[in-house]
Write a protein that binds this ligand. Structure first.
Ligand code: NAD
Length: 297
């Protein structure tokens, strides 16, 4: 079997087009643009790239982007004061503090300071709790993007066996909650799981969010399963001094067995920012008390 490639890049483009159309409607109704604030502390090169892309795509969707770049020496009090100011700013609908923060700053404390209704990353404990009990709130962007791709491919997920590899707060745990909400039978595997290949082999849906290059092999996959590869790992390339990106799944062997699979790059990666923009727009409609048909997005 040769798996169908799930084209996250194309799906993300479609989602951004919907966001742009609704952002234009929002601007007409609210007489202002929806606004997303991004806070970057320090000079982590990967974070610089993410923040630049987020800003560019926010503007391309017709929303306002407010970037706050702070030096690595920023104190706890200075950062918390900025978050507080953004919480009160009525032109800011969503706030994202780019992680990782420099070691002297407590990420959980900073996330807890963001107003839950502006927490478009969905990392605040209030939003994690809302997800756990099935109340509307903000859901972390990467796992929500994965569920969108799965539903687009499979339709109703109810009753399917899903295995999520990884239990981070950002990907693994919210992914498991979302699949449970879709009535999947969910297994969460992690670094202490015994016989991971046997666990993965049961799954109709495999979501790999581990951070280990090409760990999940084709032999582990049940024939016809749908494989979502969240991993982004930079490894040495064919030419000396060059690098390339690979996922947590060994793409060549897995695509021989799976029914469908996301490539890396071009699978889950592009979904994250598109879903962030979607969340920011939802926040804007809520903040202005305007109706938004959530099925439209
Ligand atoms: P993390 O390091 O916080 O968590 C990794 C998880 O993998 C842990 O829960 C751990 O228990 C599990 N794990 C580690 N070794 C394992 C093993 N041998 N067997 C089974 N489980 C094992 O990572 P994260 O933030 O969840 O990210 C995971 C991957 O997803 C990374 O490659 C990251 O770059 C990528 N990622 C991609 C996006 C995106 O936009 N596509 C977003 C976030 C993270």
């Amino acid at each position: 079997m040769t798996a169908q490639r799930i084209d996250g890049k194309a799906f993300a483009e479609g989602l951004r087009a919907k966001v742009a159309a609704l952002a234009a409607t929002f601007e007409r109704q609210a007489a202002r643009k929806a606004g997303l604030a991004v806070v970057l502390v320090g000079e982590d090169p990967a974070s610089e790239v993410y923040v630049r892309n987020k800003g560019r795509q926010t503007v391309a969707c017709g929303m306002a982007s407010f970037e706050h770049r702070l030096p690595a020496t920023t104190t706890r009090a200075e950062l918390l004061a900025l978050v507080e100011k953004l919480n009160r700013d009525r032109f800011v609908d969503g706030i994202l503090v780019q992680l990782p923060l420099p070691a002297h700053l407590d990420e959980l404390e900073v996330i807890a300071a963001i107003a839950p209704d502006k927490d478009v990353d969905g990392f605040h404990v209030i939003n994690a709790g809302r997800l756990a009990v099935g109340q509307p709130g903000f859901v972390p962007c990467t796992p929500l993007g994965c569920v969108m791709l799965l539903k687009d491919r499979l339709g109703d997920l109810s009753g399917l066996d899903a295995v999520v590899i990884g239990r981070s707060n950002i990907v693994g745990k919210p992914m498991a909650q979302l699949l449970l909400a879709e009535s999947c039978t969910v297994t969460v595997a992690h670094s202490r799981t015994r016989d991971l290949p046997a666990v993965v082999r049961r799954a109709d849906i495999v979501v790999a969010a581990v951070g280990r290059p090409e760990m999940v092999r084709g032999e582990w996959i049940r024939p016809g399963a749908t494989v979502i590869d969240v991993g982004i790992n930079r490894v040495p390339g064919a030419e000396p001094g060059k690098t390339r990106l690979v996922g947590d799944v060994h793409f060549a062997s897995a695509s021989e067995v799976a029914g469908a699979i996301t490539p890396v790059p071009g699978g889950v990666g592009p979904m994250t920012i598109a879903v962030l923009l979607r969340n920011a727009l939802v926040a804007a409609y809520r903040n202005e008390g305007l109706e938004l048909d959530s099925a439209a997005i």
